[in-house]
Design a protein. Structure first.
Length: 447
């Protein structure tokens, strides 16, 4: 079995890399539509050249060579929805362990959600995340700030000041912004500053005490269900609020899961509204039957939906209605999951399975490889407004070298996340990150 090798120090403290040539690679760059065999040259932290004929007469002396024959070289993956649990729940995950899981999955940039303890709702917490990432992280870590103080849905945070301090976007994820007037104000303020606001779309009045998708499986198991309308009514409400506030805010639907919500986003885009959405791999690969006989590792929020909703997620990704793939990486310890289903914590880990699960869509003919890579790189990078997701001269040397054919069986015990709560344990996967490069430095290699 291949051995994973991580960088021994964080990128900020390791020596500056020299010139590295990645030769004979299948270069995938969604920004330019590139899909060809060629060479990419990095120097220090930057991409300095790229092309099919680069070093046709041989690589000069003093340049490190990485032979990528048979492999894909793409921009490092960007995951805009990750729960790192630090501060407050370090027994489940930390910035260090989460970044190691990211590196192992080919993810070079992660945005960490605000539902920590304390909540990321002021400048001090944004600064804390950025500092801890520099001290312990292997990948780029961007803090997400809450929309409301303490995630209570009552008082808006200081959006402008938090954005200046480095908040990537704003979300109360884990909870919806339930109060319509508060959400209207959030969109109004965000619109004036061009900020991205992401909604956890779930009407708690409709969801009630539900713990899985409302349907045949819930009925068979005797579990209270959550109707798909609980998501759709919030998405449709927020789209109306976006129009009411002038359509200037950037509104984003986190972990979309229902066919009706996808259609609402599709229609909003057709009307020219700045509405975007993300979908998780578990919502386009699993339906509510995966709960089986009370499998708590298949419990998440939003819940796994019906087969028709899975089909709608795939169609939405394929036609561009859904912009990005994001994991909603939600680590939980054994004590949080090894309990009766109704009492189990919501969420699954996903950083190390995003790439192979998304590649299943390519093999099944739903998407081209370049479009699948775009959903994991260019599109989320553009939503975050960062210089990532591109193979271009002058761009950061954040790269993933992966095989589309590497077959492996997921063993949850070997995941690099501190928590092992995955519904994909024992699943045979094809495709894997073999090398992850952040700012020119190799932070992970499957040797």
């Amino acid at each position: 079995m291949p051995t994973p090798v991580f960088a021994e120090t964080t990128p900020d403290r390791s020596p500056m890399p020299g010139r590295v040539a990645y030769v004979n690679a299948r270069l995938i760059d969604p920004a330019t539509g590139t899909d060809r065999i060629g060479t990419l040259l990095t120097e220090g932290e930057t991409i300095v050249d790229i092309g099919a004929g680069l070093f046709a007469d041989g690589v000069p002396e003093g340049v490190q060579v990485v032979d990528c024959t048979g492999l894909v070289l793409a921009p490092g993956l960007v995951d805009m929805h990750v729960h790192l649990r630090e501060p407050g729940h370090e027994h489940k995950e930390t910035i260090e362990t989460g970044s190691r899981a990211s590196a192992a999955g080919g993810v070079t940039t992660i945005a960490c959600m605000a539902n920590t303890a304390p909540v990321i709702d002021d400048i001090a917490l944004v600064d804390f995340i950025r500092r801890r990432a520099r001290e312990t992280g292997l990948v780029n870590v961007l803090p997400v700030a809450a929309i409301t103080k303490g995630l209570k849905g009552e008082q808006l945070v200081e959006m402008g000041l938090l954005a200046e301090a480095g908040a990537a976007y704003f979300s109360d994820d884990g909870l919806p912004v339930r109060d319509t007037l508060v959400m209207r104000r959030a969109l109004s303020y965000a619109g004036g500053m061009g900020l991205l606001v992401a909604q956890h779309a779930e009407d708690h009045s409709l969801a009630g005490c539900g713990c899985m998708n409302e349907g045949e499986t819930a009925t068979r198991l005797g579990l209270p269900g959550i109707p798909s309308a609980a998501e759709t009514v919030i998405v449709e409400r927020d789209i109306r609020l976006l129009e009411l506030t002038g359509g200037k805010a950037r509104y984003h639907v986190a972990h979309i899961s229902t066919a009706e919500a996808v259609e609402a986003v599709r229609q909003a885009k057709r009307r020219g509204l700045p509405v975007t959405a993300e979908v998780t791999p578990h919502h386009f690969t699993l339906d509510d039957r995966a709960v089986g006989d009370y499998r708590t590792f298949a419990k998440m929020a939003p819940p796994l939906r019906a087969a028709r909703d899975v089909d709608a997620m795939i169609e939405g990704l394929a036609d561009g209605t859904i912009d990005a793939v994001a994991t909603d990486h939600a680590p939980h310890d054994q004590d949080s999951k090894r309990v009766p289903f109704a009492h189990a914590a919501n969420g699954v880990v996903g950083l190390e399975t995003m790439l192979p699960l998304t590649l299943e869509l390519v093999r099944d003919g739903h998407m081209s490889l370049i479009d699948a890579v775009a959903a994991m790189t260019l599109k989320p990078a553009d939503l975050l407004g960062i210089a990532a997701g591109r193979l271009a001269k002058g761009a950061p040397a954040d790269l993933v070298l992966f095989s589309t054919e590497h077959e492996w069986v997921l063993n949850a015990a070997l995941l690099h996340s501190k928590s092992k709560n995955t519904p994909f344990d024992g699943r045979t996967l094809r495709g894997r990150a073999l090398r992850t490069v952040v700012r020119g430095r190799t932070v992970f290699q499957l040797a």
